[in-house]
Design a protein around this ligand. Structure first.
Ligand SMILES: *Cc1c(COP(=O)(O)O)cnc(C)c1O
Length: 493
C-alpha cells in the first residue's frame, strides 16, 4: 500500500517515469562516450533496458502489437497527455522503432557538438516528403506568397518526381534547380524572401555530384533557412552532414545502411534548435520529435517494427562494410579506367575526378584515426560509381546484358554487386531534358559494388566488356509479375 507521502493518481506514474528517464539519460551519456562501432552495435539498448523491459533478451525485440495497455485511467491519462513516455499506438510510436531511431540519431550526430533526434519512416521517399513538407505550409500572415525552395538538380529520380510533379506541377510550389553546385553565387541568386529551405543530395545518385556542404550551410543560415541533405550514398560511416552545418539529414535506410536488402525504410535526423525563419518554436526545437508527435501521427507514413529491427541489425557493422565496399570500389574503378571499351569512369575516389579534391575534404572513414589498421584519417568514397561505354546505348546494353555475377536491378547499397542503366530505369520518367540536366546519358551504367572479392567482380566486368561488339541472346522464360508499376512512378533504387 502506498504511504501518505507517496504520490498518488497521475503523479505516481510521472514519478516512476522520472526514475526510468534517469537511467535512460545515464545510458545515453555512457554510449555517447563510445566510438562509432560501439554505438552502431548497442545504441540505447543496454543490459538494463533488456532486463527491465524485455525479459533479458539480448537482441532488441520486435513489438508487433498495434497498441499498449495501461494499468488504470491515471496511467492512460499521464501517457496520452505526453507526461510520461509511451508508445500507446504503433502509428505514433513503437519500442522497436525507438531503438532504431536512437541509434540513427547517435550515428548521424557522432562528432557533432549538439543534440540530434530521429524520426524513422516507411521509406526514403517518406523521409524526404516529411522532412520538407512542414516548411511548405502557408504563412497566415502572407497567404498569397508563392513559396519556393532551392535544390541541387542532380537528385534521386523519386525526389525529382516529388519536387517537380507533386510540388511544382500539382501545388504551384516553385522548385529552383541549382545546376552548377560548386557555384555559390548560383545558389545565392535563387534565394528570396519566400524561399523556405535549401536541399542537396551528396554524393548524388547516380551522378556523384558534390558541393561544399559547409559553405552552402552558411549561405542557408545567412538567410535564416535550413539546409536539408540527402546523405544516403555516403551513410554516417563516411559523412555526417550535421557536423558541417546541415540542419536536417534524410536517409534512405533501404540502401547501404540495410545492405541485406530486406525491405524499405527511411529516416529524418535533425539537429535540435534548427535554423528557420518559418515555423513554430516547437517545430524548430526538436524537428524530428515534432514530426513523430504531430505531422506523422496525423499522416501515418511510419515504419513497420520488423523493418526497423532488420535495418538496425544491418547497421551494427556499417563502418566496416563501408570500408570494405569503398576499398573494392577503388580497385574496380582503377581497373575500369584502363579498359579500351570504356569512355569514362565516374568515381569520387579517382584522383582525376573533377570533384575529387572537394569530396576528399568531406568523405572520411569515421574513426579511422582510432583504427589499429590505419592510425590516421583515411578518405573513403563509398561503393557507387558509374561507367560510360564507348559507342552509345546499344553497346552499353550489350555489356550490361552480359553481366553474370553482377545483378541487373534498380537497386544499390547491397552486399551483392548490382548494376542498372539509369536512362531506362530510375531516370526513365524524367524525359530527355531533365536527364541531360542531371547528366544521365544512355551509355551510363551505374554500378554499386558489394562485398564479393573485387577480383571476381573485375572478372565479370572483363567478360561483359568483351560482349561490347557482339550480341548476347537472353533466353526469356515465361515469367509472372505481380502488378505493373504506375506509369509516372520512376523505377526505384
Ligand atoms: C533510393 C533513394 C531514395 C529513396 O529511398 P526509398 O527508400 O527507395 O524510398 C532517396 N534518395 C536516394 C539518394 C536514394 O538512392
Amino acid at each position: 500500500m502506498p504511504d501518505a507521502t507517496s504520490p498518488s493518481g497521475v503523479d505516481r506514474y510521472i514519478a516512476a517515469a522520472r526514475t526510468a528517464a534517469q537511467r535512460r539519460t545515464a545510458d545515453l551519456e555512457a554510449i555517447r562516450r563510445c566510438r562509432f562501432d560501439t554505438i552502431a552495435v548497442h545504441g540505447l539498448y543496454t543490459m538494463g533496458e533488456g532486463l527491465d523491459f524485455n525479459q533479458g533478451s539480448i537482441i532488441e525485440p520486435i513489438y508487433l502489437s498495434s497498441s499498449q495497455a495501461y494499468r488504470d485511467s491515471d496511467e492512460m491519462e499521464a501517457a496520452l497527455s505526453y507526461q510520461i513516455p509511451t508508445w500507446c499506438y504503433s502509428r505514433i510510436a513503437n519500442p522497436s522503432l525507438y531503438y532504431l531511431e536512437n541509434t540513427l540519431a547517435l550515428l548521424e550526430g557522432y562528432g557533432f557538438d549538439g543534440e540530434a533526434s530521429c524520426c524513422a519512416t516507411a521509406s526514403g521517399m517518406a523521409a524526404i516528403h516529411t522532412a520538407t513538407e512542414p516548411f511548405l505550409a502557408v504563412d497566415p500572415k502572407k497567404p498569397d506568397a508563392k513559396l519556393n525552395f532551392v535544390s541541387t538538380c542532380q537528385v534521386y529520380g523519386g525526389t525529382y518526381q516529388l519536387f517537380s510533379i507533386r510540388r511544382m506541377q500539382e501545388r504551384g510550389i516553385d522548385c529552383r534547380w541549382v545546376t552548377n553546385l560548386t557555384d555559390l553565387d548560383e545558389w545565392a541568386s535563387k534565394i528570396d524572401e519566400n524561399t523556405r529551405f535549401l536541399y542537396g543530395e551528396l554524393p548524388s545518385n547516380p551522378g556523384q555530384a558534390f558541393f561544399d556542404l559547409a559553405a552552402v550551410a552558411s549561405l542557408a543560415h545567412r538567410h535564416e533557412i535550413p539546409l536539408i541533405v540527402d546523405s544516403t550514398v555516403a551513410t554516417p560511416a563516411l559523412l555526417r552532414p550535421l557536423c558541417h552545418g546541415a540542419d536536417i539529414v534524410v536517409q534512405s535506410v533501404t540502401k547501404s545502411m540495410t545492405t541485406s536488402g530486406f525491405g524499405i525504410s527511411g529516416a529524418v535526423i535533425a539537429r535540435k534548435n534548427l535554423t528557420s525563419r518559418f515555423g513554430s518554436d516547437e517545430m524548430k526545437a526538436d524537428f524530428a520529435g515534432y514530426l513523430k508527435q504531430l505531422p506523422n501521427r496525423d499522416m501515418g507514413p511510419n515504419l513497420s517494427p520488423v523493418n526497423a529491427i532488420l535495418s538496425l541489425n544491418d547497421i551494427r557493422t556499417l563502418r566496416s562494410k563501408m570500408d570494405l565496399f569503398s576499398r573494392s570500389s577503388m580497385e574496380i574503378a582503377l581497373w575500369l579506367q584502363e579498359q579500351p571499351a570504356i569512355q569514362q569512369v565516374d568515381y569520387l575516389g579517382l584522383p582525376g575526378h573533377p570533384l575529387h579534391e572537394l569530396a576528399s575534404r568531406y568523405l572520411y572513414l569515421v574513426d579511422s584515426q582510432h583504427d589499429a589498421q590505419y592510425g590516421e584519417p583515411v578518405n573513403r568514397y563509398g561503393h557507387l560509381m558509374s561507367l560510360r561505354v564507348k559507342g552509345g546505348a546499344a553497346p552499353t546494353r550489350r555489356v550490361f546484358d552480359a553481366m553474370q555475377r553482377i545483378w541487373r536491378a534498380t537497386d544499390l547499397g547491397r552486399i551483392k554487386s548490382v548494376a542498372t542503366i539509369p536512362a531506362i530505369s530510375t531516370h526513365s520518367q524524367q524525359g530527355e531534358e531533365a536527364r541531360c540536366m542531371a547528366d544521365v546519358p544512355p551509355n551510363l551504367i551505374r554500378l554499386c559494388v558489394g562485398g564479393e572479392h573485387p577480383d571476381d567482380i573485375i572478372a565479370d566486368l572483363d567478360q561483359a566488356l568483351r560482349a561490347v561488339d557482339g550480341k548476347v541472346q537472353v533466353a526469356v522464360p515465361a515469367s509472372f509479375s505481380a502488378g505493373g508499376a504506375s506509369r509516372e512512378a520512376p523505377g526505384e533504387g
